[in-house]
Write a protein of this length. Sequence first.
Lengths: 263, 384
Amino acid sequence: MPGRIRLEGVGVRAGGRDLVREVSLEVAPGEVVALCGPNGAGKSTLLRTLYRARRPTSGRVLLDGEDVWRMGGRRLARRLAAVMQETPGEFDLSVYEVVAMGRSPYKRAFQGDDAEDRGIVTAALTALDVTALERAPFDRLSGGEKQRVLIARALAQQAGTMVLDEPTNHLDLRHQLDVLGLVRGLGVTAVVALHDLNVAAVFCDRICVMAAGRVVADGPPAQVLTAALLAEVYEVDAEVSPHPRTGVPQISVLPGPAGKSPW
Amino acid sequence: MTGLRARATAARRRARLPFNARLPLNARLPLNARRPREARRTRRTRLPYGVLLALLGAALLAAATAGIAAGSVGLAAGDVWRIVLHRIVPALVEPTWPPVRETIVMDVRVPRVLLCGIVGAGLSVCGMALQALVRNPLADPMLLGVSSGASVGAVLVLVLHVSLFGAFSLPLAAFAGALAALSTVYFLARSGGRMTTVRLVLAGVATAEVLSAVASYLIVTSGEPRKAESAMRWMLGGFGGTTWELVPIPAAAVLLGTVALLGVARPLNLLLAGEEAAASMGLNAHRFRAWSFVLVALVIGAIVAVSGSIGFVGLMLPHVARLLAGADHRRALPVVALLGAAFLIAADLAARTVIAPEEVPIGVLTALVGGPFFLWLMRRKASR
């Protein structure tokens, strides 16, 4: 069941710096929200507070009205799955084993995987087009293959809410579209950190733009993506025009910083 | 010439051309034959798990039989089994051997081999758990200073003649030392939030050195030359003079530790995926790690108290086990326990027989095998 995310004045402070300041945000069940912004804007940090990897120093993170930091980790993991940047490992786990990890929140000590678990894992592998790699060691995959495997792992968690931190940055065009289309098609609530604003405009209901730890714009793509915002947040000169066939706003970046010509 | 032709054939096959098709001029002939991508990526075929366990069980039995049979008084393997069986079910086997043989087997050799197996299994299981807990393939009870910490605790009890807890004083002190050392190394390596291999190994080696120096100092200044010598031999690691009284405490600790670690095999797997990923799949990594450290220290403490510190067993065998059974701890932990037991029984057998009647300290032997293995592992890691 898709969940409702609610952030109330979330702040994260570390090493004397505010990484995230006073972010309040609500995501309705089934909504897909893109989290955009320049490097270091605090996107990943904000997402970490959602999947219990980083406790916020102020504010509350709620899923269906419950504080995620007060419910048990396993209970949260059955309702919210995360896809994060891959961390290099040095142990040869197979692709199947990595995806099967997604079943752990449902398992007790000494409980093995049953036929249902295997079915779910196989379905996740198929959905991400990685069945052929099932027995390959995860560490030896290419960046894009790893990303798809990690998304398959999140699918195996069967959670109604997904948090994805740049799930497409290693993917080729086709797999980018496949992955985001898949997330859309699941009907889950999703918060996705994305760098590509054009892709965000196509796939997401809402775009939420962060800069220096704050949310500076939030709304439907057509409302948020404006030349003025791009100049202010990204310091680039860009033209925004509705796509002739889809009507979705598309951005063409012009060379040089806003207002100044490099030549 | 044949090499060139073979390469051309391979190029045609890759391009799905008929065998006699003319290759385009720019066709790439692999000059130093690279392994095809799929072959590189599919893992080697492994033995079925049941067969693997059966083979390892057989290896363990063979090592144990050899360990009991060999010594200053040689025995036939058949005699060993008949004596042991006779002791378990007296009606089963008629005693046809001189009673002194039975004494040798039952009071000298069996407890020693049993303790070797227990210690080997415990060290290997703890090594595997530590490697997952710090997410580093170079972790090992000795390298991380855990064994040295346990030694300091044990030596303190020996030289100060503390017997507050009776038979448990030595293992308890060793446990406290092991836990203190492990926590120190962990926090030294971790300061700043991230833990790199280099910092972990440096912190471990430095702590281990300081603690062994402390243990040696305590022994030398104890003012009892005879005791100092025996303590020194004990620190090098060995099973000389093992009696039945030494067996129960480490046996219980290793059994408890192994079962508990099997119970948390899934969380251990999650840690292999990284701390954040583990958190996102419902594991409280900090709390889990803290409890696991206590468990590992408990087992290592109980082991070091009876055997001294034996290095590299906990480093090497987990890697061999993962090669055989994969990294999933549910499969790898039983394999590593069997492997460790068989390995240490064999190593102790070698230690007793290589320069008989003298004994090589077993820690010396495992270091001779393990040091090169460690270097090989580091090189392999660097080349990735």
